[in-house]
Design a protein around this ligand. Structure first.
Ligand code: AMP
Length: 291
């Protein structure tokens, strides 16, 4: 298994990528794949490092997928910086970067979509209708182009991770989905390309997201069993930020994402909060004391 940093080869055409990877696959190399929208940070790089450790060939895609953005969302102003991304990926040692154009991904006449089911119905979908349809469609297309053995996703986007796992299971895709823990700034804020939109004041206020879910984890560890009490405590902490508007704050079953009526085992705290108009999400597993 190679661990020497290399300069990634960049391709924008899927047929180029497919023919390059075909030979490697035939020679028995395992392929690790990390799909991203670029504007890379340590969160993305942790996925790439995991792929580098576990696979012979590492492919990273950089594509800001228009079909997962709703009308009025930040597609146009989403940060794009391929040069900076390439520098970061060179340092980690990536073999291939796939950076397709919209015409490559959605050519004239494109008309087939993946419609995720129940797991995609609540939470994000209530505020971003159609988002997971766009995500699942582009990820399936990327999987078909790359043909990875293993694909890496962040727990940061927890509902997305479950949507992808469901799709892989339902379509019998021969791909292992590897989940990587959320990477945080020193003050706890989950790293996100969208953090760059925050003004210094809103960046300071954004700490309430992680503070509220870490507080919930402590409450559960010390015996709190009521999801209502947990959500109320989360909301109270978030309300300390004067410009925070909560889209949702919930305590749910970690597999179905349905709200739980009592904390009798591990649960997931889910959050989406807008701070000064910047929409941030976070989540954390809350584990009650055993016995
Ligand atoms: P994105 O570029 O936002 O589409 O993210 C690409 C991948 O990186 C997704 O699987 C995300 O869940 C993952 N990711 C984003 N931020 C983080 C983070 N702070 N920690 C771990 N993974 C992350």
């Amino acid at each position: 298994m190679s661990s020497e940093p290399t300069s990634p080869r960049v391709v924008s055409r899927s047929h180029e990528l497919q023919s390059a990877l075909k030979g490697l696959r035939r020679s028995g190399q395992t392929i690790g794949f990390v799909p991203t929208m670029g504007a890379l940070h340590e969160g993305h790089l942790s996925l790439v490092r995991a792929a580098r450790r576990e696979c012979d060939t590492v492919v990273v895609s950089i594509y800001v997928n228009p079909t997962q953005f709703g009308r009025g969302e930040d597609f146009d102003r989403y940060p794009r910086n391929l040069e900076a991304d390439m520098r970061l990926l060179s340092d980690v040692g990536v073999d291939w970067v796939f950076a397709p154009t919209d015409a490559e991904m959605y050519p004239e006449g494109f008309d087939t979509w993946v419609q995720p089911g129940r797991i995609a119905e609540r939470w994000e979908n209530e505020f971003r209708p159609g988002h997971f349809r766009g995500v699942a469609t582009v990820v399936l297309k990327l999987f078909c182009m790359v043909g990875p053995d293993r694909a890496y996703f962040g727990e940061k986007d927890y509902q997305q991770l479950l949507v992808i796992r469901r799709m892989v299971e339902d379509f019998n895709l021969p791909i292992t989905i590897c989940a990587c823990p959320t990477v945080r700034e020193p003050d706890g804020l989950a790293m996100s390309s969208r953090n760059a939109y925050l003004s210094p004041e809103h960046r300071r206020q954004a700490r309430v997201l992680s503070q509220s879910i870490f507080d919930a984890a402590e409450r559960v560890a010390s015996g709190e069993r009521s999801p209502d009490n947990l959500v109320a405590a989360m909301r109270k902490i978030i309300a300390e930020a004067s410009d925070a508007v909560i889209d949702y704050a919930a305590v749910v079953d970690p597999n179905t994402l349905e709200p739980v009526s009592a904390v009798t085992g591990p649960v997931q705290a889910l959050l989406a909060v807008r701070i000064g108009g910047v929409r941030l999400i976070d989540n954390l597993r809350l584990t009650p004391p055993s016995g």
